[in-house]
Design a binder for this molecule. Structure first.
Ligand SMILES: Cc1ncc(COP(=O)(O)O)c(C=O)c1O
Length: 331
């Protein structure tokens, strides 16, 4: 989605005009991929704008930075408040949220320690990632010829810019070969993940997804879907999946902040199940969208309302609002 090119960007605590939010071309991260980042969403819910699992996203940012020995002077509340303040400053209702922590400008050489740790928060409007139709019809994918990173090479648990060089290769291969996306295997040949999504399959009513050890990013949507599925009474197994388990699945789907819950209708031109969104996928998709859109009760406290006043007023004027709703505010 193209950038609007307007509004302000948070840079090391200051709001900077979009066009002025630049870094020097000799910044370390440009040359050596020394950045970690997040991708979260703020939804325009029925009860006002709310960030989905902002705490979990900012915690993962801190953890990614920890792996890469990047210390930044903000605690979890500080990060959440910085995001909320930036959304408010831009008066945004719904947006994609991209915080990034990076090694900046001081000297060039492999050693990152000589460069400062800087940070920014960028917001923009972003609709459905794989297209609205994909949410209903599903997407055609292939198995990538590129594997995900081998263990103990580039840490998959860190959402680092460096990992997206691999994701970019996977995505370009998919597009070049006429697919919407690709699923990568790990170096042992087992299912890992998409270029920017986690993968689930359904077989005989049981839901399966690869474990953290299969070189995946520990997705926050993945965790949410596992929780929602358990709430719905499904059995969910985190288990190593051989490639052919994908072909034999009754249903398969991607999850991620960008992809949300997107059905997969074919893999390597082999039809998955009935070749369309299956009933389990549809149920989980509906439950997910009902929560993020504020239609269903926020029973896990996943929504952080951006404009608390607006949210309070809409609660008061909504007589049918469920009594057990929990509303979390970072401040
Ligand atoms: C490689 C990769 N896997 C999985 C995911 C899904 O993670 P999340 O649900 O936290 O967005 C993403 C998205 O950021 C990703 O880039």
């Amino acid at each position: 989605m193209a950038f609007p090119g307007t509004g302000t960007i948070w840079m090391n605590g200051k709001l900077v005009e979009w066009k002025d939010a630049t870094v020097h071309v000799a910044s370390h991260m440009i040359h050596y991929g020394t950045a970690v980042f997040e991708g979260a969403r703020c939804y325009e819910t029925r009860r006002g704008s709310a960030c989905f699992r902002l705490d979990a996203h900012m915690r993962r940012l801190q953890q990614s930075a920890k792996i890469y020995r990047m210390e930044y002077a903000l605690d979890l509340d500080g990060w959440q408040n910085a995001v909320l303040d930036t959304i408010r400053a831009n008066a945004m209702k719904a947006c994609y949220i991209r915080p990034i922590v990076y090694r900046g400008y001081e000297a060039l050489g492999v050693n990152p320690f000589s460069c400062p740790v800087d940070a920014a928060i960028i917001l923009w409007e972003w609709g459905t990632y794989l297209g609205k139709e994909a949410l209903e019809q599903g997407v055609d994918v292939k198995i990538a010829t590129w594997s995900r990173m081998a263990p103990n090479t580039l840490p998959a648990m860190a959402k680092s810019s460096a990992n997206y060089a691999n994701s970019g290769l996977i995505k370009m291969e998919a597009i070049t070969d006429g697919y919407a996306e690709a699923i990568a295997l790990d170096v042992y040949g087992n299912v890992s993940e998409g270029s920017g999504q986690n993968v689930f399959i359904v077989r005989d009513g049981v839901i399966h997804t690869p474990p953290i050890g299969s070189s995946i990013l520990g997705g926050i949507t993945r965790d949410s879907i596992m929780t929602i599925a358990a709430d719905c009474g499904f059995t969910v197994r985190e288990t190593v999946l051989p490639r052919e388990a994908l072909y034999l699945a009754d249903e398969a789907f991607f999850v991620g902040t960008a992809a949300e819950v997107t059905p997969i209708r074919s893999i390597d031109r082999i039809t998955v199940g009935e070749g369309r969104r299956g009933p389990v996928t549809e149920r989980l998709q509906r439950e997910f969208f009902d929560i993020v859109n504020g239609v269903a009760p926020d029973r896990h406290g996943w929504l952080t309302f951006v404009y608390p006043k607006q949210e309070r007023e809409s609660r008061q004027s909504a007589p049918g609002a469920p009594a057990d709703e929990r509303v979390s505010h970072a401040r």
